[in-house]
Ligand binder design. Structure first.
Ligand code: NAD
Length: 484
């Protein structure tokens, strides 16, 4: 299969925080890959901006080292790397003080698409927006890209939206949630809305329940102090997992465009019921496997921050009334895996007897590892021995389907940055979506704080706290096994 690469228009992309971890690991290697793939036009420029006092040469050397470290060997082409680096320059700039802005103004060309990536702490977003405006660097045709976390509650998200709105309109603001840039996540929309097969069954009448799992094997390691201000609810559920839930639960948009898709996602968030405390399990990993527990990594030995969260969520609308969505996420779990599993109901009447071995149909959407989809269906067990049933996967692994081209599939950041340049906001969160998500999470977090709720300990390498099993068992259901 030959992938079709359509070059975007020439652009100038300014990366504030251009020396940071995210720029080095994702943004710059991603741009290199799009250059290698022929999607980033030669007449484009990348300008790194950060506080460090660096020459263009020193910054290019840093970018070259990032490409060396984070791009797979078979994608490293020395000539292309040299060409790519020639498109990069640097300006030393501090968001909070004057100096460097006039130089930046001379570097950004008015005749091309101009985007400013705010890959810095959110506390600096306002300063950056103001300086860009004051110095006449950004106008109404520019775009800004902002990173998570977008607020830590409804009030701070509203304040952040209001700050950005002073200088930019909503159609200029691209709030990144890299989960939306994943191939499989977009494929979920293709599978739902480009096939007649699934949509008739995509409702409470036929769907027993949905499970969304994001499991990590790593702990918080050096990020304990930061994570203590966040926790699994703010770090994972409010943004990434909420977005996945929206894409599964939303009504078909009238068109695949930013307004239509985001309107439908917003309706889902607004239809979420408040979650009862009995439908929530919070966990915190204990010491084990030669590593300290969560509290050893936190600066607070009495930290009550959750490193695991499981929730039973209801979407109160005609389509989903009675179909629970179970969400779970955690660190230091048995395996690293992210998946969505849609479990369908039993056929209304079985013609097979109870010993036949019947199991439910499940559509599994794997985000990692091995992105793809499995549809688990029942067939007859081959061979003699009567009518015995067995469950087999109809496997739609993208790596298999795409063959050698699988390596060319852009990663989430690459795709999203190209969407910014194209001016397509479909896969970015709108301000009202973010606020609605916080409006749903705030009371849950406030309830824990008011009650001084302490998370349940769980062993590293396990599938989470015991109570999380009960959350499903009491409904007569089981979590899918966490396996890599
Ligand atoms: P980092 O600490 O590694 O880098 C921060 C960057 O900001 C550096 O380039 C630094 O020079 C620059 N900076 C700091 N203060 C500045 C100032 N006053 N003016 C101008 N530049 C300044 O951070 P990071 O990990 O690259 O994260 C950047 C943003 O992306 C943060 O908002 C973070 O929450 C978000 N994010 C990061 C990741 C990740 O994997 N690293 C993932 C998701 C979101």
């Amino acid at each position: 299969m030959v992938s079709r690469v359509i070059p975007v228009d020439p652009f100038d992309l300014v990366i504030f925080g251009g020396t940071g971890d995210l720029a080095k690991r994702k943004i710059l290697p991603g741009l290199y890959r799009r250059f290698l793939g022929g999607q980033m036009p030669a007449d484009s420029r990348i300008i790194g901006g950060a506080r460090a006092d660096l020459t263009d040469e020193a910054y290019r050397a840093m970018v070259a080292a990032a490409i060396d470290e984070f791009v797979p060997p078979d994608r490293k082409n020395p000539e292309v790397i040299t060409d790519f680096l020639a498109r990069i320059s640097y300006v030393s700039i501090d968001a909070t003080v004057e100096g460097g802005w006039e130089k930046l103004k001379t570097l950004v060309r008015p005749g091309v698409v101009r985007a400013f990536y705010f890959s810095v702490a959110p506390a600096l977003f306002g300063d950056l927006a103001e300086k860009l405006h004051q110095h006449g660097i950004a106008d109404t045709t520019c775009r800004i890209v902002v990173e998570k976390p977008f607020g830590r509650d409804l009030a701070s998200a509203k304040a952040l939206n209001a700050t950005l709105a002073k200088y930019f309109t909503e159609d200029q603001i691209y709030r990144i949630d890299h989960y939306l840039g994943k191939e499989t996540v977009q494929n979920l929309m293709a599978v739902r809305f480009a096939n007649i097969l699934f949509e008739p069954l995509w409702k409470a009448e036929y769907v027993d329940h949905v499970q969304i799992t994001v499991a990590e094997t790593v702990g918080v390691n050096g990020r304990g102090a930061y994570y203590d201000t966040s926790g699994a609810m703010r770090d994972m559920i409010q943004n990434h997992m909420m977005q996945l839930l929206c894409l599964i639960a939303m009504e078909p948009p009238y068109h695949f465009d930013p307004a239509a898709v985001r309107d439908e996602k917003l309706k889902v968030i607004r239809a979420l019921d408040a979650v009862k405390p009995s439908d929530i399990v919070r966990g915190q990993y204990l010491a084990g496997g030669g590593e300290g527990g969560y509290v050893e990594h936190s600066e607070n030995p009495n930290s009550k921050t959750e490193s695991y969260l499981a929730l039973k969520v209801s979407v109160s609308n005609w389509r989903w009334k009675g179909t629970p969505f179970y969400l779970r996420t955690g660190k230091r779990l048995r395996a690293r895996t992210s998946e969505i599993a849609i479990t369908f109901k039993e056929p209304p009447h079985s013609i097979f007897d109870e010993t036949s071995g019947w199991k439910e149909n499940v559509l599994v959407i794997r985000l990692q590892p091995n992105e793809g989809m499995d549809l688990l269906v029942m067939i007859k067990e081959p061979g003699p021995g009567g009518m015995r049933l067995t469950q087999v996967p109809l496997d739609m692994s993208f790596a298999d389907a795409l063959g050698e081209d699988a390596e060319d599939v852009p990663d989430a950041y690459e795709r999203l940055i190209m969407d910014v340049i194209r001016g397509n906001q479909t896969l970015f969160m709108r301000g009202d979506e973010v606020e609605a998500a916080w409006a749903w999470t705030d009371p849950i977090i406030q309830g824990w704080e008011a009650r001084g709720h302490k998370p349940q300990g769980y062993d590293p390498g396990s599938s989470g706290p015991e109570d999380a099993l009960m959350l499903m068992h009491r409904d007569g259901r089981r979590w899918r096994e966490i396996k890599g």
